[in-house]
Design a protein around this ligand. Structure first.
Ligand code: SF4
Length: 430
């Protein structure tokens, strides 16, 4: 569709985990010139120049190539690989993520969103103790106590308070902000603590102890050594009509790692003996929740899935992108719609530089890659469905046209190419 001057209602912003779906975009002269309702982060995302400039559609070894040439080379690399890895996936649609999992299955590849260092502690804790959760709509309509533990949504998710957690009038919280008690627990004051009713300062590496103390107090155990702020917080949690506990990756990074996340999930679980309490993350930009959901639907685990045995295996110590690369076990990498290198160690990045890489993404042809396939930008040029951190699915309403294929089209063509290559039997990993 040509970029005629027009407005697009209810566009979805993917710049942070709020995934606000009430943005009104104005398109003029092939650019988005206004993004009504967007916060400064969202506006900067929508109003940026998303055009490909003079970048070629595809490159091989840094040299411009046709789409057919590049796809042929990419398919050849993957077909020859004995231990391929597919990584990325967080900045694309559910449909593309599903296609990437299908290709991993076909290749016998390991597949991992790449940020497992941040996300695995949460998932391992969830797998052990479960999570009592809810949609953000339920939080908006019911929650009278909101806890932000180690997160600062005013800075990172600017409309979270306004849309979901603090400001909105809910069905059972008709007073909106006045009907909610907001508590921030963090290692230092933040923008969010400045607007909270209470700030509880903690030491990063003592979060496990604080959570265990809270849990004991909630369960009615005498804890004479508990400090007053913790005692008061326990009382606030217990007397909530409905509470929501928002946490982030810092919990899993503190001393104790996944055990600390487990403590938080157990606290929320135990609060449900006396009241209703739920735990949620704030979510990340793009579609990381979708990547975890698609992997779970199709392969049984949210990350670190290895198809090399002919069936999916969750191998959290062996099949993460970090493990596959830092241990030198991947011999070719397909990076889809993301740049996970920021999450990788120096060793992993060094190995990545030594093996063939195929990159699909809007900026692919300006990155180091053996084969780069330049794609449309999700939510700007290409549509599909994405998933919020609470599991709600949202449609994308792209505003601009482009001549670039979407990442889904690239992957579909790549899969077709792979079916045309007569394959050698793939070695099965020991
Ligand atoms: S809060 Fe997040 S999703 Fe909403 S407009 Fe701002 S950046 Fe976009």
């Amino acid at each position: 569709m040509p970029d005629a001057d027009r407005t697009i209602a209810d566009a979805t912003c993917t710049a942070c985990g709020c995934l606000c779906d009430d943005i009104v975009l104005t398109v003029s002269n092939h650019r988005i010139v206004a993004a009504e309702h967007a916060c400064p982060i969202g506006a900067a995302w929508f109003l940026a120049d998303h055009g490909p400039g003079d970048r070629p559609i595809a490159t091989i070894e840094g040299q411009p190539a046709t789409a057919e040439q590049a796809l042929g080379r990419a398919a050849e690399i993957l077909a020859k690989s004995r231990s391929p890895l597919i990584v990325g996936l967080t900045r694309t649609s559910l449909e593309t993520q599903a296609r990437a999992v299908a290709i991993a299955d076909r290749l016998g590849a390991a597949i991992d969103p790449g940020d497992s260092g941040d996300s695995l502690p949460r998932w391992r804790a969830i797998q052990r103790v479960g999570i009592v959760s809810a949609t953000l709509g339920e939080v908006k309509n019911r929650a009278d106590v909101i806890v932000f533990w180690g997160v600062d949504p005013i800075t990172t998710h600017p409309r979270h308070l306004e849309r979901y957690s603090v400001g909105p009038r809910g069905r059972f919280v008709p007073e909106g902000r006045a009907g909610r008690t907001v508590v921030v627990v963090d290692v230092a004051p933040t923008a969010t603590s400045a607007v909270a009713d209470r700030f509880v300062r903690i030491v990063a590496d003592e979060q496990g102890e604080v959570l265990a103390t809270l849990r004991a107090l909630v369960l009615g155990v005498e804890m004479p050594e508990a400090e007053d702020p913790v005692r008061e917080l326990a009382e606030t949690l217990k007397t909530a009509r409905y509470g929501a506990f928002f946490f982030g990756p810092d919990l899993g990074r503190s001393r104790g790692g996944e055990a600390v996340v487990e403590d938080a999930l157990k606290l929320v679980r135990d609060l449900n003996h006396a009241t209703r309490f739920v735990a949620l993350t704030l979510g990340g930009p793009g579609n990381p929740s979708g990547a975890e959901a698609v992997l779970t639907w199709q392969a049984g685990s949210p990350r670190a899935v290895d198809f090399s045995a002919g069936f999916p295996q969750f191998l959290p110590d062996d099949a993460t992108a970090e493990a596959m690369l830092s241990q030198g076990r991947a011999d070719a990498v397909l990076i889809v719609a993301d740049d996970p290198t920021g999450f990788l160690s120096g060793e992993a990045r060094a190995h990545l530089g030594r093996i063939p890489t195929i990159v699909i993404g809007p900026d692919a042809t300006s990155r180091d890659a053996t084969v780069a396939l330049g794609s449309a930008t999700m939510g700007i040029h290409s549509g599909g469905t994405i998933m919020r951190c609470d599991g709600a699915t949202l449609p994308l309403r792209p505003a601009l046209a482009t001549t670039r294929p979407s990442d889904l089209e690239w992957l579909t063509d790549l899969e077709r190419r792979l079916t045309e290559i007569p394959g050698e039997p793939r070695a099965i990993s020991p």
